[in-house]
Design a protein around this ligand. Structure first.
Ligand code: NAD
Length: 509
């Protein structure tokens, strides 16, 4: 494995990429540190906003909303089309920033930017398909219909592990729906955010859209809290830990705002005796070790039938022993660093708890590159056999720890899949169609995402994304998730010249 890049090399890569995207680095200089998990070193600093800046941003966004809401939706789509073109042009630049700031390997970082391009294309088409329904009226000479109108300012709070895609899922849809966006990105990835926003600013200027349509507020939880509390935020879309969602959800509800919560997952694969074990192994390893176990959809549990559990463990362990771990910017690397020391500590604590709860670490769990980069945290993905679904297995540890549990009947496997507080993603590996259908049925997986013969991670933008229970219940991205960004009006139109009342009510005057 090649050695890690120096801070100077990473700084130059990041600054050049940010500049090419249109970021004025002098204008955004400040005291908020940008640190790279690639070598754990400080690269540069950017300006951070405070809670008081939030109110100004909301006022500007509301002004933009008054103009934008009456622009025809297909014209609004023109702005998103331009954003998509600029993202395509700067795909490599944004991917570099994502790799430098959060440590994603090049292919996954580029994939994240591709998702941004994909959602722009989806949203452009959607801008001509914001359909309402026409409904049969029970009264003669009446028509009943529904219309969808822009909702208002959308606040987006995003997590470090998808530092730009989550913003684009929300923003592309919000913009065609007629809503301005204020973004509070992860404090761990400010440059990726500033670069993405600079591309949108350019698209706004070129298409003559209102200036206040897109704003970014760099800062920590305090800035997020101010956004959450602001009555000017009609929809608050928050992605992050369940702990964050627990703080945010009730506060938005308290002011009767709308929230869209995308929180933690604890995603499982059921492996049945009929599964194709080659395909299963590849699916498991990508979902469990990819992104160094730092996706909300990362596979954290394998529930394998007793007849195949040994074979599954053997194959996954063999793959784990050969995983190239190292600089995410180096060709061939499949596992990059953890985001920070707290993530490493969380992983070690989980492994210790697993051992205390009867688990056996089959492979992994060690640290790599510690001498070369004492402040970077490269972890060997860990595979842990557990006797059952103990406390630690039921928690989300945001690191590459994969627990393997045995099962005997499919009912038991589905019950184990569902018996965790989270409800994001799930999958079954099987060649038996009846088993697959039972997994997808009403009494099957209780997750927002239920797959067959693919891993738990790597969703496409065309479907609605999100999960149940402590994952928060939100849905964003494709399908009809756009409805969350608009308000619905039901219209009754009377062309009868009479005034018949519904339900046969008589009211003679
Ligand atoms: P985090 O909860 O620490 O932070 C997420 C964001 O919330 C950050 O921008 C942070 O500044 C902000 N924040 C934190 N506390 C806040 C508060 N009280 N009020 C307002 N804002 C607040 O999460 P993280 O470590 O960045 O990301 C990892 C977590 O995110 C994991 O649990 C993962 O499963 C989850 N995640 C979920 C999804 C999903 O779509 N379901 C996607 C990505 C990540």
């Amino acid at each position: 494995m090649t050695s890690l890049p120096t801070a100077e090399e990473l700084r130059r890569l990041a600054e050049d990429a940010a500049r090419r995207c249109g970021v004025d680095l002098d204008a955004v200089a400040g005291d908020h540190p940008v640190t790279s998990p690639v070598n754990g070193q400080h690269l540069l600093s950017v300006r951070r906003q405070t809670a008081t800046d939030v109110q100004d941003a909301v006022a500007r966004a509301q002004e933009a909303f008054l103009q934008w809401r009456t622009v025809p939706a297909p014209v609004r789509g023109g702005l998103v089309r331009r954003l998509g073109e600029l993202l395509r042009e700067h795909k490599a630049d944004l991917a570099t920033l994502v790799s430098v700031e959060v440590g994603k390997i090049t292919s996954e970082a580029a994939g994240e930017v591709q998702e941004m391009i994909d959602i722009c294309e989806f949203a452009v088409g959607l801008s001509r398909q914001l359909y309402g329904r026409t409904i049969s009226s029970e009264r003669p000479g009446h028509r009943l219909m529904e219309t969808w109108h822009p909702l208002g300012v959308v606040g987006v709070i995003s997590a470090f592990n998808f530092p730009v895609a989550v913003w684009s899922w929300n923003t592309a849809i919000a913009l065609v729906c007629g809503d301005p966006v204020i973004w509070k990105p992860s404090e761990l990835a400010p440059l990726s955010a500033l670069a993405s926003a600079a591309l949108l600013d350019r698209a706004i200027a070129e298409t003559g859209a209102p200036e206040g349509l897109s704003q970014v507020l760099i800062g920590g939880a305090d800035v997020g809290e101010a956004l959450v509390a602001s009555p000017g935020i009609a929809l608050l879309s928050a992605t992050g830990s369940t702990r964050m969602g627990r703080a945010v959800g009730p506060r938005v509800a308290d002011r009767f705002g709308r929230s869209l919560l995308e929180l933690g997952g604890n995603n499982a694969a059921i492996v049945t005796p009929s599964a194709d074990l080659d395909l299963t192994t590849r699916g498991i390893v990508f979902s469990a070790a990819g992104t160094a176990g730092q996706r909300c959809t990362t596979m954290r549990r394998v529930i394998a039938h007793v007849d195949v559990v040994d074979a599954v463990v053997e194959r996954v362990a063999a793959a784990y022993r050969n995983l190239p771990i190292g600089s995410p910017l180096a060709a061939g690397t499949l596992v990059g660093p953890l985001i920070h020391d707290a993530a490493w500590k969380g992983m070690q604590d989980a492994l210790q708890a697993a051992r205390q709860q009867g688990g056996e670490v089959v492979v992994g769990g060690g640290r790599r590159l510690a001498e070369e980069a004492p402040d970077a945290w490269y972890a060997e993905p860990a595979l842990v056999r557990m006797p059952g679904q103990t406390d630690i297995v039921r928690q989300e540890t945001f690191a590459p720890v994969l627990y393997v549990l045995p099962y005997r009947t499919l009912e038991e496997a589905v019950a184990l899949n569902n018996d965790v507080p989270q409800g994001l993603s799930s999958t079954i590996f099987t060649s038996d169609q009846a088993e697959a259908e039972r997994f997808l049925a009403a009494d099957g997986s209780d997750c927002g995402i239920a797959n067959v013969n693919i891993g738990t991670s790597g969703a496409e933008i065309g479907g609605a994304f999100g999960g149940e229970k402590q994952t928060g219940g939100g849905r964003e991205s494709g399908s009809d998730a756009w409805k969350g960004y608009m308000r619905r009006a039901t219209n009754t139109i009377n062309f009868s010249g009479e005034l018949p009342l519904a339900q046969g009510v008589e009211f003679p005057i």
